[in-house]
Design a binder for this molecule. Structure first.
Ligand code: URA
Ligand code: SF4
Length: 255
């Protein structure tokens, strides 16, 4: 009989606050990544932060310092948040997977490798626990790993980016690309375009924070609005008009 993969779930006391979780996670060995990573890089920020940002996994720099988003991708993120006026908004930053996965060393840098499904499943209880203990106004999912882990494996970031979704606990959620994709652009022109598009997505986050969900809900398609009503556990008659779906979604979301 197949045994289910080990996950971090057994390590997590139901009533422990974030600080306690961080110290327990420091000793997590629920998947093989505790061997490649130097240390667990747990989320950082206050439980009552207005913005919750979720990346993929710590990078080379984060692995050295033990803190999320302190390397080049973090700088790209900071720059974009600053550009849309979100630089000073209190944030909680974390990753889908808490250990650095890398394959080869090139010069001084170790080359990042994507976490696989088993590693993501193993680590997910930590992210779930962070989502359970925070109450952000907006959840931002950076890249496909975070978007698929939180919104479901069929999520396509290219289609979903910058648009309103409903995340765990009914939190208004905006997926976007990972900031490292901006750094990977092949030409200066591509980088400028990628940076602009990333900023546009974060501008949607700023709109959500400042004006509530209505402007983004009005931009959503009927299919997206239907998905949001489902995520909010609301039943709406099949023939409901778009304007009414917008009202239902906006009415159910915090503002
Ligand atoms: N990339 C991530 O996804 N997270 C980090 O913390 C750093 C780089
Ligand atoms: Fe535990 Fe996550 Fe690290 Fe795997 S990646 S050992 S599940 S903290």
């Amino acid at each position: 009989m197949a045994t289910s993969p080990t996950t971090a779930a057994d390590l997590i006391p139901s009533d422990a606050p974030l600080e306690r979780l961080a110290s327990i996670a420091a000793g997590c060995t629920a998947c093989d990544l505790h061997r490649t990573g130097t240390r667990t890089v747990f989320g950082e920020g206050a439980a009552d932060a207005r913005l919750l940002l979720v990346g993929e996994q710590p990078g080379d720099r984060e692995d050295v310092e033990g803190r999320p988003f302190v390397g080049p991708a973090g700088r790209e993120l900071d720059r974009a948040l600053e550009a849309v006026g979100l630089g000073d908004v209190p944030q909680y930053r974390t990753n889908t997977v808490k250990h650095f996965k890398w394959s080869e060393q090139r010069g001084k840098r170790r080359i990042h490798e994507k976490p696989n499904r088993i590693e993501i499943q193993a680590c997910l209880p930590w992210l779930q626990a962070e989502l359970d203990r925070t109450s952000p106004d907006v959840l931002v999912l950076l890249g496909a790993t975070a978007a698929q882990a939180v919104l479901g494996p069929e999520t396509k970031v290219t289609r979903a980016r910058g648009r309103l979704h409903v995340g765990p606990h009914g939190v208004p959620t905006v997926p976007t690309v990972h900031p490292s994709s901006v750094l990977r652009a092949r030409s200066d022109a591509d980088r400028v375009a990628a940076r602009d598009a990333f900023q546009d997505d974060l501008a949607a986050v700023a709109t959500l924070l400042e004006q509530g969900p209505r402007p983004l809900a009005e931009d959503a398609t009927v299919a997206e609005l239907r998905a949001m009503t489902a995520a909010l556990d609301l039943t709406v008659p099949a023939r409901t008009r778009k304007a009414d779906l917008v009202d239902v979604v906006v009415g159910a979301l915090p503002r």
